[in-house]
Every structure is written in structure tokens, then in C-alpha cells.
Design a protein around this ligand. Structure first.
Ligand code: SF4
Ligand code: SF4
Length: 390
């Protein structure tokens, strides 16, 4: 390939509106016609469902957005079910009972982390928030095998974050990239938070973990979380608004700097056998891969992307204009894996692990309905957890 390239002929359109990154057009080499990668174009002669399948298979970002949408809808469904459960609980028995969705425990990361350590040290999955533990295990397994892909394929906060920076790009034509001297210390904040939580939990003995898991506080952790948002204080509301505004101007502000969950998955993802690999022989140095990377990784400078910030979003692969030059493959130098197969594996592994939890009876919690509330249960008791064992 190197023999076929000329140094001085710009051959690709670098006017993507995706980033503030400045590519260096003077150094771009020419792509021989047979190496030019064609962008996906829908075949309008096909039936709509064949067209849809074709697009899911070949338009990577469309496929990823579809998975993101499916998980966002799943979270919305869980939210509605939990709202109905709360309505029943706060009505003092005046509205029909609605089952509590176990999936809500996916939003209790501290309880889930304690549940996981309790499982590791005690050998048993707790029965208070078993789904939280199973979901956390599923996410960690996905990350160990498929890199930090949970963040850009399934996490609803990641989806919201991505929508916000894309909105920022539409509004201001670009996002802000922080100076390296500021970016590094800010990125370490999420690791400090992760260290703080894991260190606090690791200090606990199995007896302490048992006491916490069976405590009234933990039993109503999901209810407290609901009330935190349903009766949000001005301080909390303004904090969320500021974080969202920051995410409009700085890509993935929360995920990049503050999310301890993302920090954990970033570390787990370093173990993954999959790498984005740049074939140096065919690379034309157009830098489009770096330009579109939302994690600001200098893809065009490396042979393989091995970074705690890479979320396997596949934007770089989709943007590369040369065939088989930016590919996803295992470190064993196997054949490239298509982003469609990768995304299917991400979702498949998550469903397999959570499905195993459901099939083995580690999903619904053991708190009976009348322990949650009865005719005498007041809103106040419900809120502070004092209904339990008092
Ligand atoms: S390196 Fe590629 S896959 Fe990883 S975050 Fe950047 S654009 Fe996404
Ligand atoms: S790997 Fe990056 S720099 Fe090389 S051709 Fe592809 S997009 Fe351009």
C-alpha cells in the first residue's frame, strides 16, 4: 500500500462536523480506488424489513443507536413499573398492587457492589437486592470480554450524555476539549470515587456486610432513590442541571470525569482480548479516526487502542475511509470482527448473564408484599424505611 500512495494529494473529505480536532490535510495520502471504503447506502429496492436488517448489519452507528434506544426504553418501562409500585405503597393500600420490577436494582450501584463482595466472601447471593448483584456481574463480564462497551451501547446515562454533546455540536458547531493538564486530574476524580467506595466496602467484614444488606436502609434503597428524584431538593436539581449543561459543551462530562461505575468498567475493559487495530501499512494518516473519537483518543498515532476511555463506540472504524485499515480484532491477530457481530455479542452476553440469574432464582427479592406496606403504612414510614422490623 505504501508504494501506491502519494504524500501530497488530499483524497478524503475531512469536513465532518463531528469534532473540534484539527486534522493535518497536508500529510494525507491518496487512497487507491480499490481500497476506498464505501459508506453504507440503503438499497431502496428491498422490502422495508430487509432494508432494516441490512442497515442494522452495515450501518454501525445505526445499529448502536438502536441498541441504545432499546435499553433506554427498557429503563423507561422499569421506571413506569416502579412508579406504579410506589403509587401503591404511598396510597396506604388505596390503589391496586403493582409488582416491583427487580430491574430497578440496576440503579443501586453501591448496594450492588456490596452484594457482589458479599457473594464473593460469603458464597451466597443476597436475597434483598439479588438483581442488582446479577446486573453488576453482567456488566463487569461484558466489560472484561467486550471492553467498556456497556457505556456506549447500553448505559442510559451514557446515551443521555451522548445526546447532550451531540446537541452541543449542533448548537455551537463543536464541543470543548479541555487542556491535557486539566483533563488528566479531572479524569482521575472518577478513580478516586471508585477507590473511596471500594475501600470503604472492602474494610467491612462479612458480618458487617450481612448487617448492611439486611438493614432497613438497604431494603428501601430503591424507594429512597425514587424519592430522591420525585421530591428532589433545589440543590440536587441544580447539580443535575449543571452536570447536564456541562455535558452539552464537554463530551461525556459525567462519564469522563465523575462516574465511578465507568472507572470500574474502564479497568475491567483493559483485560478484554478485543482491540481497535490500525493497519499502519494502509493508513493514509488522514486522522479522521482521532477527529471523531468522543474519548479524545489519538487513534491515528497508535497500532492498537488500549485505553480505559475507549467505549467501543465504533465511530473511528466507521469513519476510516480505507478498507480494512481500522479494524476490531482480538490481540491474537485473528480476522477482524464486524461491529455488528461485536454489538450482538455485547447484548448477548448481558442477556445471557442476567438470564442465568433469572433462571437460577436470583432475581426477585425476598421481601414480601406486606412487609413493604400495609394499610397502616404511612408515606413517612415508607420514606425513611422505618416500616421494616420496627
Ligand atoms: S477509539 Fe474508536 S471505539 Fe474507542 S472511543 Fe474512540 S471512536 Fe470509539
Ligand atoms: S486509521 Fe485513522 S488516520 Fe488511518 S486512514 Fe483510517 S481514519 Fe485515517
Amino acid at each position: 500500500m505504501n508504494n501506491d500512495t502519494s504524500i501530497d494529494t488530499p483524497a478524503v473529505d475531512i469536513q465532518t462536523n463531528n469534532s473540534e480536532y484539527k486534522a493535518a490535510p497536508s500529510s494525507i495520502k491518496k487512497i487507491p480506488n480499490e481500497m476506498r471504503r464505501k459508506k453504507f447506502k440503503a438499497d431502496l429496492s428491498l422490502h422495508w424489513y430487509k432494508r432494516l436488517i441490512n442497515r442494522l448489519k452495515n450501518d454501525f452507528q445505526f445499529f448502536r443507536s438502536s441498541v441504545q434506544l432499546a435499553f433506554a426504553l427498557l429503563c423507561a418501562w422499569i421506571g413506569i413499573e416502579f412508579y406504579l409500585f410506589m403509587k401503591w405503597g404511598m396510597s396506604e393500600g388505596n390503589v391496586p398492587f403493582a409488582e416491583r420490577p427487580p430491574g430497578v436494582e440496576g440503579f443501586l450501584p453501591i448496594s450492588a457492589l456490596m452484594g457482589l463482595l458479599h457473594w464473593i466472601s460469603g458464597g451466597m447471593i443476597n436475597t434483598i437486592h439479588p438483581a442488582g448483584t446479577i446486573i453488576l456481574v453482567a456488566i463487569i463480564v461484558v466489560s472484561i470480554i467486550m471492553k467498556k462497551s456497556f457505556c456506549s451501547w447500553m448505559c442510559p446515562i451514557g446515551t443521555l450524555s451522548e445526546s447532550l454533546w451531540m446537541l452541543g455540536q449542533q448548537l455551537f458547531k463543536k464541543n470543548i476539549t479541555l487542556w491535557t493538564w486539566l483533563d488528566y486530574p479531572l479524569r482521575s476524580l472518577k478513580y478516586l470515587l471508585l477507590f473511596f467506595f471500594t475501600f470503604s466496602i472492602l474494610k467491612m467484614s462479612i458480618e458487617d456486610l450481612n448487617v448492611f444488606i439486611d438493614s432497613p436502609y438497604n431494603k428501601v434503597a430503591d424507594i429512597k432513590m425514587y424519592l430522591f428524584f420525585a421530591e428532589i431538593t433545589p440543590f440536587a436539581l441544580w447539580t443535575i442541571i449543571i452536570l447536564m449543561l456541562a455535558s452539552v459543551v464537554i463530551k461525556n462530562f459525567w462519564c469522563r470525569f465523575l462516574c465511578p461505575y465507568g472507572a470500574l468498567l474502564g479497568i475491567a475493559g483493559l483485560l478484554s482480548p478485543f482491540r481497535i487495530t490500525r493497519v499502519k501499512e494502509t493508513c493514509i494518516d488522514c486522522e479522521l479516526c482521532t477527529k471523531v473519537c468522543p474519548s479524545n483518543i489519538k487513534v491515528h498515532q497508535v497500532g492498537q487502542v488500549w485505553s480505559d476511555e475507549c467505549t467501543s463506540c465504533m465511530r473511528c472504524i466507521e469513519e476510516c475511509p480505507v478498507k480494512e485499515t481500522l479494524i476490531l480484532r482480538s490481540i491474537k491477530k485473528s480476522a477482524s470482527v464486524s461491529p455488528f457481530v461485536f454489538g450482538t455479542l455485547v447484548v448477548g452476553i448481558f442477556i445471557a448473564v442476567t438470564g442465568l440469574g433469572i433462571l437460577t432464582g436470583h432475581w426477585k427479592n425476598s421481601i414480601p408484599k406486606d412487609e413493604y406496606a400495609n394499610d397502616q403504612c404511612s408515606k413517612h414510614e415508607w420514606r425513611n424505611g422505618s416500616r421494616f422490623f420496627y
